[in-house]
Design a protein around this ligand. Structure first.
Ligand code: RB5
Length: 151
């Protein structure tokens, strides 16, 4: 189950990605927004960030106009590794090197076709572990140190 959300700037891309996920036989839970009215992206990024952080969702997808705001929000949550990707290479690296559990894209940046390809690449790619796991462990340590007031 993939949790997905957007603001108004990512709404059309969200709908396109939902269709791509359905074609792959993948279920998703849409946490909004559900119309084109202007909304604040933190309200929707929070929903996916919290779900992934607490383990309710293993993966999430977030869309806003650029993807920048949603990345900032999602990465506030412990355990969330949200990656703003812009092409097929960065989508693959997001999984192979960063084991990103949230994929972020810009609805005003990406075509639906490219975005769907990036989603597929991210889903199919495999985390390489090894030296990359060591780096993720350091990120986790930073999170813990910040939370404990040591940093
Ligand atoms: C909304 O206009 C826009 O700021 C938002 O979608 C996003 O691009 C923010 O990072």
């Amino acid at each position: 189950m993939i949790f997905i959300a957007s603001d108004h700037g990512g709404l059309d891309l969200k709908e396109a990605i939902k269709a791509c996920l359905a074609e792959r036989g993948l279920a998703c839970r849409d946490l909004g927004t559900d119309n084109g009215n202007s909304v604040d992206y933190p309200d929707f990024g929070e929903k996916v960030g919290r779900a992934v952080s607490c383990g309710e969702a293993q993966r999430g997808i977030l869309l806003c106009g650029t993807g920048i705001g949603m990345s900032i929000v999602a990465n506030k949550f412990p355990g969330v590794r949200a990656a703003l990707v812009w092409d097929e290479f960065t989508a693959r690296m997001a999984k192979e090197h960063n084991n990103a559990n949230v994929l972020v894209m810009g609805g005003r940046v990406q075509s639906p076709d490219t975005a769907c390809r990036m989603v597929g690449i991210w889903l199919d790619a495999v985390f390489e572990g090894g030296r990359h796991q060591q780096r993720l462990d350091k990120i986790k340590q930073i999170e813990e140190d910040v939370q404990a007031g040591r940093l």
